[in-house]
Each structure stands twice: as C-alpha cells, then as structure tokens.
Design a protein around this ligand. Structure first.
Ligand SMILES: [Ca+2]
Length: 195
C-alpha cells in the first residue's frame, strides 16, 4: 500500500512538472500559417512567399529552403540588378497586442544569412487599407523598429522587441538590400510574431 502511495505521489509530481513546463513555454507564434503578400517573389526552388510563415525555420527533406525571396537576377534581372525597396507583409487574422518580431535568415551552410537586408523597418497596422495597398508607401503603417547597417547575420535569428502595440498587419520593409550572385535580393526563412 505504501509503495502504491509513493508511486501515485511520484506520478502526480511528474504531471505537475510537465504542466508547469508547458505553461512556461506558452509563447504563441501569431504569424504561423498567416497569409502573406510580398513586393516580389521567386515562387520556385523552395522560395515561395507562403513559406515565410509555414512554421519551418530550417531545411525540409527534399526542399533546399523553405522561405521567401524577392525577385532574383535569374528571373527578374531588371529588378535585381539595382538596389530597391522590397517588402513582405503578414495578416495575423485579427488585432493582437504584439511586442516582438523574430526574423530568421536563410540557414543553409555557406549561404546562411545571405540576402538578409542591411536597412529595414518593422511596421504595423490595424487598417485594412494597409493590406490592400500594393506599393511601399508608409501611409497606413506605423514603424515600431528601425534597423540600419545590420551586419551579415549568418544563421542567427534576429530578435526585435518593442513597446507593445496593436497590430493586425505586420510588414518588414527593406530599403537597402545585400548584393550577391543573385543580385540585390531580400530573403528570409521565417518570420515569427509574438505578444
Ligand atoms: Ca519557413
């Protein structure tokens, strides 16, 4: 009987530990699976706009990358030849109070971090016009984070924390792109958004 009580106590303690750990990890990525709209997009070779919110930060078996790439020289030489403003925006589905955006650079070996932008802003909006808008203007957007002279990040996630703000739409707008063999391009493996 005593043994049974001890077994039961141990079981209860284990369950408590499991639930308390689960509670501590309750940080929900609001961007996971959210629809996106890009300025331009490759839509080939594992670079599809929707892959930037597919929940996968790294490789997938059989797919070299799962992320978003703006236009590259191979398909759009007229765009990629020169530095340009490229952006991608996310619809979180409803208004949340958000305070953090994580940007994951491409993670693949010697290319890790390539085409992560040099100058960019993180912007938010609750206005549906921000989603419909097709150009890069700031009319419907509030900038919550400005990054200039960002070093080449390698495979390191870039975390951006800011004062909590109401947002349904989140836009990452790059105004100074990194140059490489594919031209001036903006690439990300994943975008994550948190309260
Ligand atoms: Ca991804």
């Amino acid at each position: 009987m005593k043994k049974a009580i001890w077994t039961l106590t141990a079981l209860l303690i284990s369950l408590l530990l499991i639930f308390s750990t689960a509670g501590a990890q309750e940080k929900v990525n609001l961007a996971k699976g959210a629809p996106v709209k890009p300025s331009t997009s490759v839509e080939a070779f594992g670079w599809f706009a929707e892959y930037v919110t597919d929940g996968m930060r790294e490789f997938d078996e059989g797919t070299p990358i799962r992320g978003w790439s703006s236009a590259i020289r191979y398909f759009n030489p007229e765009i990629a030849r020169e530095n340009s403003t490229q952006w991608i925006k996310i619809d979180l589905g409803k208004v949340y109070t958000i305070a953090q955006v994580d940007l994951y650079p491409r993670p693949d070996d010697s290319n890790a971090g390539d085409y992560f932008p040099i100058d960019y802003v993180i912007q938010v909006s609750t206005d549906d016009k921000a989603w419909e808008q097709e150009d890069a203007s700031d009319e419907f957007w509030t900038t919550v984070c400005t990054v200039t002279d960002a070093p080449h990040p390698g495979a390191q996630v870039q975390v951006h924390a800011f004062e909590p703000v109401a947002a349904r739409y989140v836009r990452i707008k790059a105004t100074n792109l990194r140059d490489g063999g594919d031209g001036y391009v903006f690439q990300l493996a994943e975008i994550e958004v948190f309260e």
